[in-house]
Write a protein that binds this ligand. Structure first.
Ligand code: ATR
Length: 287
């Protein structure tokens, strides 16, 4: 068996998980990859991870044996019961002092419960927001960790290396607080984005149905807005979406069904605001 050499393990080889692994590898860390459907480990090692230092594990035992101590194991799996199931399977292969990290979009109350549970077994827990989507995960996400404070010094060098950087070079990643604080901040951050999208949709609605503007005219307005104080990622992609043409030359946006789904973070933000008696009408409207 090879000696324990890896800096961190990452479980969950959907695109977010794969991209975080590749990002960690680029920053000089040795990562062990694992996935419930084990065939995806070999697929990843033989394709996206070819020519890198990334290691594949075919069982949790093998994964644990490859890790330096304290072991750091990050989950990038579907939020909900998959996280609880992996915590249960990890506890027997890990040791006191080892660290389990959940990087999915978990409900902060689950993270509070899991932090207490994992700490009661002598291990440490981090629940962290990871923002920026697939592209962010690959090139530099914003990372919002919370959980067991004693875990942070062990995770900090990796997370701050792979995170996005502000213009002055400081990392878009720092310790948020105990328990579910990291996931709470990620939830609120998503909630704010819901509000931002609601504003964009209302502006679009007024311009399209009130003023009768075409997609190209609205594109020009968003292009101008993006040069001023509204300069932002969401205004920028709205500008580009409005200019995008279908193969027949017509604006694609006019052919897209006027409907949207959600994964829950906006709704959770509103529920939390109601629990605290603080109105956040814009986010509620968006949900
Ligand atoms: P996607 O992000 O593509 O929608 P997903 O269903 O959210 O996919 O699953 C993302 C990751 O969570 C995958 O690594 C998936 O493992 P599989 O490749 O084996 O499907 C993992 N996952 C989802 N549900 C799981 C569960 N109940 N137990 C363990 N892993 C799970």
């Amino acid at each position: 068996m090879p000696e324990a050499q890896a800096d961190i393990a990452l479980i969950g080889l959907a695109v977010m998980g794969q991209n975080l692994i590749l990002n960690m590898n680029d920053h000089g860390f040795t990562v062990v990859a694992y996935n419930r459907t084990v065939s995806k480990v070999d697929d990843f090692i033989n394709n996206e991870a070819k020519g890198t230092k990334i290691l594949g594990a075919h069982s949790l035992q093998e994964m644990a044996g490859l890790l330096k101590h304290p072991r750091r194991v990050m989950l990038m799996v579907k939020a909900g019961k998959a996280v609880d199931e992996f915590i249960e399977s990890l506890l027997p292969v890990l040791e006191p002092g080892d660290i389990i990290i959940d990087g999915g979009n978990s409900l902060f109350e689950d993270t509070i419960r899991r932090t207490k549970y994992v700490e009661s077994k002598g291990l440490l827990y981090i629940g962290t927001g990871v923002s920026g989507g697939e592209e962010g995960a690959r090139r530099g996400p914003s990372i919002m960790p919370g959980g067991s404070p004693a875990a942070w010094p062990h995770v900090k060098p990796i997370f701050q290396a792979i995170s996005a950087k502000v213009a002055d070079g400081s990392p878009c990643c720092d310790w948020v607080g105990e328990g579910g604080a990291g996931h709470y901040v990620k939830m609120t951050h998503n909630g704010i984005e819901y509000g931002d999208m609601q504003l964009i949709c209302e502006a679009y609605h007024l311009m399209k149905d009130g003023l009768g503007m075409t997609a190209d005219e609205m594109h020009q307005v968003f292009a101008d807005w993006n040069k001023g104080e509204l300069d932002s990622y969401l205004i920028e992609i709205t500008r580009d979406i409005l200019a995008f043409k279908d193969t027949d030359g017509a604006p694609l946006v006019d052919k897209i069904l006027d409907t949207a789904g959600q994964k829950g973070t906006g709704k959770w933000t509103v529920i939390s605001s109601q629990d605290m008696g603080i109105p956040i009408t814009l986010i509620a409207e968006a949900v």
